[in-house]
Design a protein around this ligand. Structure first.
Ligand SMILES: *[C@@H]1O[C@H](CO)[C@@H](O)[C@H](O)[C@H]1NC(C)=O
Ligand SMILES: *[C@@H]1O[C@H](CO)[C@@H](O)[C@H](O)[C@H]1NC(C)=O
Ligand SMILES: [Zn+2]
Length: 494
């Protein structure tokens, strides 16, 4: 082609795209009430994956997802992922994973979106202002369990594809979706399913997108890292049964005292992890990272207000963000076997089990963390010369995920944000864990981007979870724009 005509051709091309984008946006705006109604129907299903009593609802939820995608003309599969072992030895079928494919043009890129439609438990009595399973529209916010995590984002992806199809516009890329129903309890069975389908469903996937997180402020964000998690049980067992503290107190060495003693050796009051080797494994903070954190929009006062504390562990933004995202931390969650009812029972518990976790960051290795924690606790325990028995087990070992923000996928994400919101996104990390990101990365070896549409104050896992209408609807437009931007990335294989 004559180089002189190239700019003209590009101009025409981009004019055509701009026109199409406007049409798609109009379609979304015209259908937003329908989108809210679909979200209402989805939120009404109590797809709580942690409660085995709700398993029928969860199966029903997966069926609803499959049906919606079938009606859109996608190639849908409900994939069996086996059974869940329950603590009492029984087993229960896991909810099937829904996979779907829209378009299979080998000359186009293929984007695979991951999402989940199971939710955390919720009860009105927990302190919800409205019925958590009856979507409530208040001041531009849609309140309901799972609204932001992750039902609305999954629907926004579906609606983005649906808009192209409804307008008879060719999808700019092939789109695949993988939607599961066990995310909130650790994505049981999903790793194996991804591994098993590596050379089939995932073989032609170029990029993976996850929208299972939120913005940090009112500014849209792209997420390039998550922390992992190593979850531990530390059990101290002593007398053969619970004892009366008046009768036996002072004569036996109490398991609870031992346990509290060793727990206090995990982290200092100022947040310094005391387990040898943990801090040494952490990748150092680079100048570039420091600079990036400095530029991020983040309101410390709002954060204090949101958490309801007047003093945080760090009093400057960079340290706080760094410790939220890229340094490990220890959290002590609870003690099983402890007397925790109201009142004053004078008991010496015979066996107590502490639960704590350490959020993982690069370059920590869960297998090494297991060893470090186990050895540390046993060594501290040994110094107590207690006759009680200590048992330390690591029950979850989820790795962190970190992406390179210079890659074309992030450029496409930035361009899409710019188009829809007319601003640059913040590049952020997540303190939480999305273990499946690491699995996708390891198994498919493809680039992953996290493109959240949830608001910073959506209250995931908390009371009064919500997503704003604005984020839900503009988020749908973001996904529409993103698919178009990805199609502009030169296909590496060609
Ligand atoms: C949901 O809430 C609305 C408004 O309070 C009420 O009219 C409706 O009956 C509720 N629906 C269900 C299924 O509880
Ligand atoms: C803190 O939050 C409360 C509501 O929880 C609000 O009324 C108050 O204005 C907030 N204060 C600041 C400084 O943001
Ligand atoms: Zn989620």
């Amino acid at each position: 082609m004559n180089p002189q005509v190239l700019p003209a051709v590009l101009l025409v091309l981009s004019a055509v795209q701009a026109f199409q984008y406007q049409e798609l946006v109009r379609y979304v705006d015209e259908h937003k009430e329908e989108y809210v109604e679909t979200l209402r129907n989805w939120v009404a299903v109590e797809s709580d994956s942690s409660n085995v009593q709700k398993r029928p609802d969860l199966h029903h939820m997966m069926g609803m997802v499959a049906q919606k995608l079938q009606l859109m003309g996608g190639t849908v599969k409900l994939v069996d992922i086996g059974e869940q072992e329950l603590p009492d030895g029984q087993s229960l079928p896991l909810p099937q994973v829904v996979t779907v494919q829209f378009g299979r043009d080998p000359s186009k890129q293929t984007v695979c979106v991951y999402g989940h439609v199971d939710v955390q438990p919720a009860k009105l009595e927990d302190g919800w202002a409205t019925d958590p399973f009856n979507l409530t529209d208040l001041n531009g916010n849609l309140y309901g369990r799972g609204a932001s995590d992750n039902k609305a984002p999954v629907l926004a992806w579906i609606h983005a594809v649906e808009a192209y199809l409804a307008l008879n516009m060719e999808l700019p890329v092939n789109v695949k979706l993988v939607i599961e129903g066990m995310e909130e309890t650790g994505s049981n069975g999903l790793d194996a399913m991804i591994m098993a389908q590596r050379d089939t469903f995932f073989s032609d996937v170029d990029y993976i997108v996850i929208s299972d997180c939120g913005w940090l402020s009112r500014r849209p964000a792209l997420t390039y890292g998550t922390r992992g998690n190593c979850y531990f049980f530390a059990e101290v067992e002593g007398p053969k049964q619970d004892l009366h503290s008046g009768v036996y107190g002072g004569t036996v060495i109490e398991p609870m005292t031992d346990l509290i003693g060793i727990l206090d050796s995990l982290i200092s009051p100022s947040g310094k992890i005391l387990i040898p080797g943990i801090r040494e494994a952490v990748a150092p903070l680079s100048d570039e990272e420091w600079k990036r954190y400095q530029d991020i929009e983040f309101d410390m006062d709002h954060y204090k207000n949101k958490t309801g504390v007047h003093q945080l562990m760090y009093n400057n933004k960079v340290d706080l963000l760094a410790h939220m995202w890229r340094y490990p931390t220890v959290s002590i969650h609870g003690i099983e076997g402890a007397f925790s009812d109201p009142g004053t029972k004078t008991v010496i518990p015979a066996k107590v089990t502490a639960k704590f976790s350490i959020r993982q960051v690069p370059d920590m290795d869960p297998a090494m963390v297991r060893k470090q924690v186990t050895e540390h606790l046993h060594s501290v325990f040994a110094k107590r010369k207690s006759p009680n028995k200590l048992k330390v087990t690591m029950v979850i070992g989820a790795k962190p995920w970190l992406s390179d923000t210079q890659n074309p996928l992030f450029e496409a994400g930035k361009a899409a944000v710019k188009r829809v919101f007319n601003m640059d996104p913040d590049l952020i990390r997540e303190g939480g864990t999305i273990p499946i990101a690491k699995t996708f990365q390891d198994v498919t070896q493809k680039s992953i981007i996290m493109m959240p549409i949830g608001g910073f104050d959506d209250g995931l896992h908390s009371q009064n979870e919500k997503i704003s209408r604005y984020n839900y609807i503009e988020g749908t437009k973001l996904f529409i724009a993103f698919l178009n931007e990805v199609s502009q990335i030169r296909k590496a294989r060609v």
